[in-house]
Design a protein. Structure first.
Length: 365
């Protein structure tokens, strides 16, 4: 019988794949638009070849646990998953009873951008609170933190915060500590949606543990895709006493990867050294450069503090429409004229400067 490995090199060299995009074209729509970081691609190639045990019993997932301990303490346990929505829904299910509810900001990703998945797939009631800047406070939480003994009301069991928030703002360490202390005092647990946790840590110039396990957060959704990974995120259990049956919930939530090593090795590539922080610092710096460039431009108003890798602005609707023909970005509130500009780990100074020039040209028309 022929050795199947013997045909691999020649088969790999005969490919019909072609590049279908111009890699020089950049936009400011989302950090998800960026490709995978070269160091992540190299890690994927490193993990390829040969056989490894499936469903998380591989050497890469085992080593990932030790990497996570270095960031989140010895009790942290990582459960790699496919995507951020899957991470959030699985984590929230692990913290709640069937009758439980989750308090979150009205602008939170779990409420606005996950297609109703927490409620439809997780069976969770979301109790939302309007916030001026995307951040919850103990006082805002108390608007929904009541009625535990009322069988007619879904029981508040979890507070979910996003770091950094959907509006690009960043919680301080003390702000998260106050939320956790307040929630725990009322018998609730705390989930942190960390889709852009690296950007928050870079903004605070603090280790991720400082505003997660060190202040009592129970479960974290760790985001890697927005920070240079090809695919995959992780649920990181910080307080094992607060969580139920993560292994079973991950499977039931369709988030158990058979070839998990390819998620785990990407997380390792980010976290084993400082790639996660380098990428985040660069994206944040590009957003700061963009914000500095538009602050003195007549006709443009920056809406929120620029604390991570997002700039929210208000400008004439027709200007935005013309500018979108040159650079991709999204309206945040089209009726009000609000837009969101996102920077990624691969955004360059030239990209930002070209965008600023185009913006000024369209405003002058």
């Amino acid at each position: 019988m022929a050795d199947p490995q013997a045909v691999t090199p020649s088969a790999a060299s005969r490919t019909d794949a072609r590049r279908h995009h111009d890699p020089a074209v950049r936009g400011f729509a989302s950090d998800n638009y960026a490709g995978a970081h070269p160091e992540v691609l190299a890690a994927l190639a490193l993990a390829n070849g040969g056989h490894q045990v499936a469903y998380g019993e591989d050497d890469y997932t085992d080593h990932l646990q030790r990497v996570m301990h270095s960031h989140f303490g010895p009790s942290a346990e990582a459960f790699p998953v496919f995507n951020g929505t899957g991470a959030n829904v699985t984590a929230l299910q692990a913290l709640t009873d069937r009758w439980g509810a989750v308090i979150c900001a009205e602008s939170a990703h779990i409420n606005v951008d996950e297609g109703g998945a927490p409620e439809r797939m997780g069976g969770l009631k979301l109790l939302t609170v309007p916030t001026p800047d995307g951040k919850l406070t103990p006082e805002l939480i108390d608007r929904q933190a009541w009625g535990w003994e009322d069988e007619h009301r879904a029981m508040p069991q979890v507070v979910s915060i996003t770091q950094n928030t959907e509006l690009g703002t960043v919680y301080t360490v003390d702000e998260i500590r106050a939320i956790v202390d307040h929630a725990h005092a009322k018998g609730m647990k705390v989930h942190l949606d960390g889709a852009r946790i690296a950007n928050a840590a870079a903004s605070l110039d603090a280790p991720m543990r400082a505003f997660t396990n060190a202040v009592g957060v129970d479960v974290l959704s760790y985001g890697g895709t927005k920070n240079g990974m090809m695919f995959g995120e992780a649920v990181v259990v910080l307080n094992p006493d607060a969580v139920r049956q993560m292994k079973h919930l991950r499977k039931m939530s369709m988030q158990l990867a058979s070839k998990m090593r390819f998620v785990s090795v990407q997380l390792e590539a980010l976290l084993a050294k400082d790639l996660w922080l380098r990428n985040a610092r660069h994206a944040n710096a590009m957003a700061a450069r963009l914000a500095a460039g538009v602050r003195d431009v007549d006709g443009v108003e920056i809406l929120y503090p620029v604390q991570a890798n997002a700039v929210f602005a208000r400008l004439p609707h027709d200007v935005s429409r013309r500018l979108q023909e040159r650079f991709r970005f999204y309206f945040w509130d089209e009726q009000a004229g609000d837009v969101r500009w996102m920077c990624a780990y691969d955004t360059t100074e030239d990209d930002v400067d070209a965008f600023l020039l185009a913006l000024k040209e369209e405003l002058a028309r």
